[in-house]
Design a protein around this ligand. Structure first.
Ligand code: ZN
Length: 430
């Protein structure tokens, strides 16, 4: 399959300014950028941009729990620990594979319609997630959430890696849940297994304020020393979700390690967790991706919304309008997220790179006044996911003019609703 995007505006986080031209997609890659002429395949779809449609790289959701769409709205307005212990964990105990499958299918619909072509997912029954992603064509980096000291679960994570890593659009990491649910000994074992496999590690870290004192009291270590002791600074790639309470004084030591921070501004705001020292991460060169976290704590899976909120809260908190440039946020939502999810040649519009592309309609009132130099600001501050006309991953349309090619929207909606009723029913019966 080949697609010719004729007369489009295009831009990625490394381009100084937006450009205008044609983009040719062949198979799963961007084959050429220019004006042509090119020798075109007979079987080609031509999409006319008329200089009023923008192509950006597919957005990457750097941290989520996709099937949590089934738990959306549960325990609203509770603090993190009570929210988990009283509302989330008791319901999650009743999750069965078909819940995960249909929940993920629903989450994928939500994500591709808001421009996300790749997501990093930590949950249970991850074969179902891999299946849902493979069937729909979206990319994902999965890890099984590991809690406790049970070696069986670690083995499951390792087997998941062997089964799925590198298959089509799937990548796998190991996923110890958090310092307060996994012992340091188990964490070291997991990191050791990751080193043997050559896999990355995905870990929740310092989401709530009490976690730093917990780490100091329980292990006698500062957050940075704890990461070092666990081996998490030297893996093939460590994703630390949240880092809201990462001590500012230790941030410079994180730069140059294997760590990417996954920043989840809405979830952190909604659970009242606080705000991460994002400016320090970016200024010291620590890579940062952008995530939604699960739909039960957001409650959207819309990275575009995260970009705007991220831009605004850090300016407001620091009382500095120059804090966090729109271009940095766009990079977090594309290239940085793609690298953290273990994908190569993903996140920029370049010849030979993966054809994960999102079409944005610039022919709308709130884009009047855009030019090649200011477009990135228009996107982050004035744009929204409702401007999206189409989403493509690896050269395949996942969303187009309000439809989901290859998916039965009615079936997915019905199954999500049925699974939610079943799941909540199980929790009530216990
Ligand atoms: Zn999370």
């Amino acid at each position: 399959m080949a697609v010719l995007f004729r007369d489009f505006i295009y831009m990625d986080a490394e381009m100084e300014r937006a450009s205008r031209g044609d983009i040719l997609v062949e198979g799963d890659r961007i084959a050429a950028i220019g004006p042509g002429p090119w020798e075109l395949a007979e079987e080609i779809e031509t999409v006319q941009g008329k200089g009023r449609t923008l192509l950006i790289p597919g957005l990457v959701n750097g941290h989520t729990h996709a099937a949590m769409v089934l738990l959306r709205g549960l325990g609203e307005e509770l603090p993190l620990k009570r929210w988990l212990e009283e509302r989330i964990w008791p319901v999650e105990a009743g999750l069965v594979p078909e819940h995960i499958y249909w929940g993920t299918r629903g989450a994928i619909m939500e994500m591709v319609s808001t421009g996300t072509t790749c997501f990093s997912d930590m949950y249970f029954e991850m074969d179902e997630v891999a299946k849902a992603a493979t069937e729909t064509g979206v990319r994902c980096c999965i890890c099984r959430g590991l809690t406790g000291d049970d070696p069986v679960k670690v083995r499951e994570g390792v087997e998941l890696f062997r089964r799925w890593n590198g298959k089509g659009n799937i990548r796998v990491q190991l996923g110890p849940h958090a310092p307060y649910t996994v012992s340091l000994g188990a964490l070291k074992e997991i990191v050791g297994s990751a080193a043997d496999l050559g896999s990355g590690v995905h870990f929740h870290f310092l989401e709530a304020e009490w976690e730093e004192a917990f780490i100091r009291d329980r292990f006698g270590l500062s957050p940075l020393a704890y990461l070092e002791e666990a081996g998490l600074l030297e893996t093939r790639g460590t994703v630390l979700a949240h880092c809201v309470w990462f001590p500012e004084g230790e941030v410079p030591e994180l730069a140059g390690t294997s760590v990417t921070v996954a920043h989840n501004p809405t979830s952190n705001m909604k659970l009242g967790s606080g705000h991460a020292p994002l400016q320090s991460f970016l200024e010291t060169g620590v890579p940062v991706s952008l995530g939604t976290d699960g739909a039960a704590s957001n409650n959207r899976l819309d990275i575009w919304g995260e970009m705007r909120l991220c831009a605004l809260i850090h300016k407001g908190i620091s009382k500095d309008p120059t804090a966090i440039a729109a271009r940095d946020i766009f990079r977090m939502a594309t290239l940085s997220g793609a690298s953290a999810a273990c994908f190569e040649k993903l996140g920029l519009i370049r010849e030979g790179w993966q054809a994960d592309l999102v079409m944005v309609d610039l022919d709308r009132p709130h884009y009047i006044g855009w030019d090649p130099d200011n477009l990135i600001g228009f996107l982050v501050y004035a744009g929204s996911s409702s401007d999206i006309l189409g989403t493509m991953a690896a050269g395949r349309w996942l969303f187009r003019d309000g439809e989901f090619p290859g998916q039965d929207r009615g079936e997915v909606m019905g199954e999500i609703s049925r699974c939610r009723d079943d799941l909540l029913g199980r929790a009530l019966r216990r």
